[in-house]
Ligand binder design. Structure first.
Ligand SMILES: NC(=O)c1ccc[n+]([C@@H]2O[C@H](COP(=O)([O-])OP(=O)(O)OC[C@H]3O[C@@H](n4cnc5c(N)ncnc54)[C@H](O)[C@@H]3O)[C@@H](O)[C@H]2O)c1
Length: 471
């Protein structure tokens, strides 16, 4: 796996690599920008000479396997995120890039995160346009960040945000002619087939259920369900998907990280055998100072849902590193937490009744393996979403596992080139009546695993069962 340390963005990239290596031992390298530029130059010189031939299948997940070995080019494929970081070095962020209170670009939204390891030569699966409505243009401006407005099989017909100015800005950004004062109102529009819910985390499940009950396909930002209500919401959401027969997908960005996707391809081809041990992490120091939607005043401020957020209520970037690789389930959990360094968590005197700034959990998996997932808002020199997956059999370098081709007008975009992939996957799941990459059962397992881990941490690590759902 490849991870890039935040503090190293400009000068060096600290890489921890194993997905492409033959041995599972961990190796840390420091690579200078000049060295990476040399590697990129070499990649450019062989570009086009070694393309993968693919069957045109939903998600392109059944692919011809290219014999490649561990070439320098293969190495670069695996570091799509790092290459992208190189590309952003020295770049000024455009004005529409989401920023924190200090004016720094929110990690994951850096520009120029390409999809260097996506297959080329996208072929349309249909000439039909899915009519999409988009909700939410808050701190992360997520409604416009997934390229629905650029996809050839999409017509963005409507946009909404509760705040009239954010609503107008979203409509402008995605070229929607119609606007609605709320997602609840937009969902009543019979011309809309699918809704992208990019609102605040506590509202996802309620709005998704409403949209499904109105016969719309739904793609929701993470998490699928939230907080104290999560288990009840899970039951209702699952039933709404089942009853409506509509597509539901959770936009888990880790699922289309180049490294995770390559492991998914390995696993699906049977190359890894069972996964003995996996681990996933999401580290983001002081996430509580990022603004978020505050329902008491309608503003994006420091008193919204991110304030004193329980780390394991936001677990999916980590838990994807088992669930999205294998399609298996996290079944039992023992979690621990440590009190946060930051004052808003003190003694759990906050809306989430949460004192923890870091939570780590051990899981049993449905195939008899073990998993360790961690989420932290406290740790210094720790940043990003990453993971490692160890199977019974070694990584097969003959299986490249590149991400699917994208329409030429759609970028990979933010979070390691995952945004465009998620959008294309959701739209193809509708057009081809296929399974989206993260369906409701997987979304609920990735999310509830964390919710129950938090409950366990509040009970000093008591082993607890995670509710299971299967479509
Ligand atoms: N890597 C990732 O997958 C990733 C990264 C960042 C954010 N997210 C998720 O994306 C979502 C959006 O993030 P954000 O930081 O912009 O959130 P935010 O809280 O800053 O903004 C939410 C927006 O939704 C709007 N909204 C709330 N209820 C609404 C309704 N009923 N109808 C219409 N609009 C409504 C609010 O007015 C606000 O503008 C969050 O759920 C977050 O968890 C995911």
């Amino acid at each position: 796996m490849v991870s890039a340390g935040k503090s190293d963005l400009c000068m060096n990239l600290t890489l921890t690599i194993h997905s492409l290596g033959q041995s599972p031992t961990r190796e840390s390298l420091r690579i200078s920008p000049q060295k990476i530029e040399e590697e990129l130059a070499e990649t450019r010189s062989i570009k086009g000479g070694n393309r993968i031939k693919r069957a045109r299948v939903m998600n392109n997940e059944k692919q011809d396997h290219e014999q490649s070995g561990l070439s320098r080019r293969g190495f670069l494929h695996g570091m799509g995120g790092a290459g992208a970081l190189l590309g952003m070095t020295g770049m000024a962020a455009a004005d529409d890039t989401p920023k924190d209170a200090d004016g720094n670009v929110i990690p994951g939204f850096e520009k120029n995160q390409g999809d260097a390891n996506a297959v080329k030569d996208w072929q349309p699966v249909s000439d039909r346009k899915v009519r999409v409505g988009i909700a939410g243009y808050g701190l992360c401006k997520f409604g416009a960040a997934f390229f629905y407005q650029n996809h050839p099989n999409v017509e963005v017909v409507a946009a909404t945000d509760l705040d009239p100015r954010r609503c107008a800005a979203l409509a402008k950004a995605v070229g929607a002619k119609k606007t609605y004062p709320s997602c609840e109102e937009m969902i009543k529009d019979k011309s809309i087939e699918a809704v992208f819910i990019a609102t605040d985390a506590p509202s996802h499940a309620r709005l998704a259920i409403l949209a499904l009950n109105h016969g719309k396909h739904v793609v929701s930002a993470v998490p699928a369900v939230f907080g104290f209500e999560a288990e009840g919401e899970a039951e209702e959401l699952f039933n709404a998907v089942k009853k409506s027969g509509m597509k539901y997908m959770m936009n888990e960005t880790s699922s289309f990280h180049a490294e995770l996707y390559a492991k998914r391809m390995q696993y699906q081809a049977g190359a890894l055998g069972k996964i003995i041990y996996s681990e996933g992490e999401y580290y983001h120091d002081n996430v509580g100072t990022l603004g978020s939607y505050n329902p008491r005043n309608g503003k994006i401020d420091g008193f919204g849902w991110r304030r004193a957020l329980a780390p394991m209520w936001y677990p999916t970037h980590a838990t994807a590193y088992y669930v999205s690789v294998t399609g298996g389930r996290l079944t039992d959990v023992s979690g621990l937490g440590t009190p946060s360094l930051y004052s808003e968590y003190k003694d759990g005197k906050n809306a989430h009744k949460n004192a923890f700034g870091t939570e780590v959990a051990m899981f049993k998996t449905s195939e008899g393996g073990m998993s360790r997932m961690a989420v932290s808002w406290d740790m210094k020199n720790a940043h990003g979403e990453q993971g490692r997956v160890y199977g019974q059999k070694p990584h097969d370098n003959g299986i490249k596992g590149d991400r699917p081709a994208l329409p030429p007008s759609v970028e990979g975009g933010g979070h390691g080139g995952s945004h465009g992939q998620l959008t294309n996957n959701f739209i193809e799941s509708i057009l081809l009546d296929g399974k989206p990459i993260v369906d409701v059962s997987e979304a609920l397992n990735m999310t509830l695993a964390g919710v129950i881990a938090h409950q366990s941490a509040l009970k000093e690590g008591e082993w607890m069962k995670i509710p299971q759902y299967a479509l």
